[in-house]
Design a binder for this molecule. Structure first.
Ligand code: DGJ
Length: 718
């Protein structure tokens, strides 16, 4: 009897496997990660697996079916759907069946899988795209929605991605903050119910929370241990991440545009293409996940990701709006003194009827203020050329002050509610980029400046106001498209700028770090993470952003915020990103000035490690009174370690810092650099030759008990 039962079970198992075998199994893979979809007998698509790569084909048949891949509204699921469509006949449901899939090699190491799903009753198609970056263990995914009904359907929800997890516990790291407290990290356990991270700012993704997260599975993930997914949405507007744990403790993560106030009326045959969602999966902690993102960003995503970056002197905090030609010429001289590559002229150089003497007027009128700059920008670019520095210029082309000629002429271009009092954020309003004429105008700001002044070598593109008083005169009865069409309009403009000026580097700024997303970075070489340049705060802010962005994309300027910190401490902090200065040289004494000059030289020499290398976060500022980060160049020949004592306690015990990323078998000379002129290093072991093995297992005594002390240590293979 037992034998017969055994045979019956075997028969049932084999027939199940065979049945599954004639249904497609779709394996999306990177070097270390697999995302596997299966088609069930009901013809629907299921996410069967997401985890470490499975390399034995025969095992795949044993995987459980999992959860339906892209869950729809109105059917059997009781939790948050990925998509919600209202058909012409008023039916609000969708049932998606597998139709086809294809795989194509985009370039060496990059493979795209496309899965087409179709409703079995309505002519609605959903195409899921997955681009897998092999070496970087990163997957980019987006969705295309279209239909062939007679009239438009209404999209109420339209996720870029839906991922499913079935684990014991989930720990979310969020990066919520505010102006000047960006990217602060906080762990939040996910339990039954929903956690939503979203924004409704319209013209930027972030102010209170940026469009990225970390999700640790089955316990906490540290720098070098734990399973962690790091995800981010490429959308410079309202975004939403929904994390929902259901009755079976299964988690779904839905990422996309925030559908808030954004029902989208989709015409027959029009394709609604969602933004990209990018995620990486690391099995050994957050450090690896960050390095995956950094490598991918530099190679595939960021504008000129593989190119050098310019050091600069910015005049914003040195002068604010109070400057003239002579002052700027002096500052260009300071840039030369410092040895930086570029002088960047910030806000305050434009408008005549309402000169930009403060932030309350002039935005929108992009002619040089005649009495401030009688010889225009062209004269400034000439002076810069004579002095041997590049010239960069600040613009904020999407915005308008009500006190401006642009507002007087073109109120119809301004997003505002026609019958209500206007509300101003930083005394300004947002231009309506859903309107193609406005797109032309915004493109024209860059184009006219470049045509008149072809020597402009850089733009800082600012965007200080979220969308307020939301109403578009252009969109008429399609107001619920405005949030989406604004961002699409912005991309149209940026695409035109990039096409016409492909070599022009640009920094993206948004009242601090409001625009820190990877779609924007297709058009920008770098971004401004925060207006807060207090070096202590920056240690936290940069630590937060470094989880996802490489150092070369993050601008860090030495300013006078927190003068309790020495110029060395402030500069050492800024050197961990893309270095710039925003100070008055005249306020520095000779030694400080000499220090800055040598810091610029050191920075230039360290660029292969800091800008192009691998970043290792060694000691977290969240863990106590010290922090340390290191960068190792790709061939492990040169590294640099930054160490900071913030506010150590009296007689506090400090432990050696163990380095990472070196070659165990190489011998490295350790040398403290970037000291104040005339001071000697107190680093124990300074100048000694150590093996990589020693440095990584024993470490260096980098920390001290001095307040606001910093060290930069060069590690060079011999
Ligand atoms: C906000 C930016 O964050 C600052 O760096 C500066 O450019 C000002 N805008 C200029 O108005």
């Amino acid at each position: 009897m037992k034998g017969k039962l055994f045979l019956l079970i075997c028969f049932l198992c084999i027939s199940c496997i065979l049945k599954a075998a004639d249904k497609p199994v779709i394996k999306i893979g990177t070097d270390r990660v697999n995302l596997i979809y299966k088609v069930a007998d009901n013809g629907r698509l299921y996410q069967s697996y997401l985890g470490k790569s499975l390399n034995h084909a025969s095992d795949i048949a044993f995987l459980p079916m999992g959860t339906e891949a892209y869950l729809t509204n109105g059917m059997e699921d009781y939790f948050e759907p990925a998509i919600h469509v209202l058909h012409n006949d008023g039916n609000p449901s969708l049932l998606l069946k597998y139709f086809s899939h294809s795989v194509n090699q985009v370039s060496p190491g990059v493979e795209e899988t496309v899965i087409t799903l179709q409703d079995d009753k309505y002519p609605v198609t959903v195409i899921m795209h997955f681009v897998a970056y092999q070496k970087e263990d990163l997957i980019k995914t987006y969705t295309e929605i279209s239909h062939k009904e007679k009239k438009p359907v209404v999209l109420h929800k339209y996720a870029s991605s839906m991922l499913h997890f079935n684990r014991d516990n989930y720990l979310l790291t969020e990066f919520a903050g505010d102006w000047a407290t960006e990217a602060h990290m906080k762990d939040v356990p996910l339990e039954f119910g929903k956690k939503t991270l979203d924004t409704k700012l319209g013209s930027r993704a972030s102010m209170f929370t940026p469009p990225f997260f970390q999700l640790a599975l089955d316990g906490k993930a540290d720098e070098n241990s734990g399973e962690v997914i790091v995800g981010s949405l490429g959308w410079t507007g309202n975004f939403q991440f929904v994390f929902e744990v259901d009755n079976k403790n299964e988690l779904r993560v839905i990422s996309g545009i925030n559908p808030y106030a954004s029902e989208y009326s989709l015409k027959p045959n029009e394709i609604f293409r969602t933004p990209d969602f990018y995620f990486t999966y690391s099995f050994n902690g957050k450090g690896q996940a960050s390095r995956n993102f950094h490598d991918w960003a530099r190679k595939y995503q960021v504008k000129d990701g593989d190119k050098d970056r310019m050091t600069l002197l910015n005049n914003w905090e040195a002068t604010y709006f109070n400057f003239d030609e002579k002052k700027l010429e002096e500052l260009m001289g300071d840039a030369v003194e410092l040895g930086v590559d570029m002088f960047l002229l910030d806000d305050g150089w434009f408008a005549n009827k309402y000169p930009r003497s403060g932030d309350h007027q002039g935005l929108g009128d992009w002619d040089e203020t005649a009495d401030k700059l009688p010889n225009g920008v062209s004269h400034l670019t000439e002076v810069a050329k004579e002095k041997g520095v590049k010239f960069g210029l600040w613009i904020e082309p999407e915005m308008v002050n009500p006190k401006s000629e642009l507002y007087e002429k073109h109120k119809d271009w301004v997003i505002h509610l026609p019958n209500r009092d206007e509300y101003y954020f930083r005394n300004q309003m947002v231009l309506d980029l859903s309107n193609p004429q406005v797109q032309d105008f915004v493109f024209g700001v860059v184009d006219n400046l470049m045509t008149k002044n072809p020597d402009i070598a850089f733009f800082k593109w600012d965007c200080n106001s979220p969308i307020t008083n939301i109403y578009s005169a252009y969109l008429k009865n399609k107001q619920s498209h405005l949030y989406i069409d604004y961002v699409r309009g912005l991309y149209n403009v940026l695409e035109r700028v990039k096409a016409k000026y492909p070599k022009l580097p640009m920094m993206l700024c948004s009242g601090g770090g409001g625009r820190s997303d990877y779609e924007a970075l297709k058009y920008f070489t770098e971004f401004w993470p925060s207006d807060n340049t207090d070096p202590i705060e920056r240690l936290f802010i940069q630590w937060g952003y470094s989880q996802i962005f490489p150092a070369k994309t993050m601008c860090a300027h030495v300013t006078t915020w927190n003068k309790n910190a020495s110029i060395k401490f402030r500069t050492d902090v800024a050197m961990m990103c893309k270095l710039g200065f925003d100070i008055k040289l005249e306020e520095l004494n000779e030694t400080e000035e000499a220090y800055c000059r040598s810091a610029v030289k050191n920075y230039n020499a360290l660029k292969p490690a800091i800008l192009e290398g691998d970043q290792y976060r060694l000691v977290s500022p969240y863990s106590g009174n010290h922090t340390s980060t290191m960068f190792v160049d790709k061939n492990k020949k040169k590294a640099v370690v930054f160490a900071f004592d913030i506010h150590p306690r009296y007689a506090e015990k400090t432990l050696p810092v163990r380095l990472e990323g070196l070659d165990t078998n190489k011998m490295y000379r350790v040398k403290e650099i970037n000291g104040m002129p005339g001071t000697n290093s107190s680093l124990q072991g300074n100048g000694q030759l150590y093996s990589g093995e020693y440095l990584m297992n024993v470490g260096l005594p980098l920390f001290t008990t001095s307040q606001l002390n910093s060290r930069v240590v060069e590690i060079v293979a011999e």
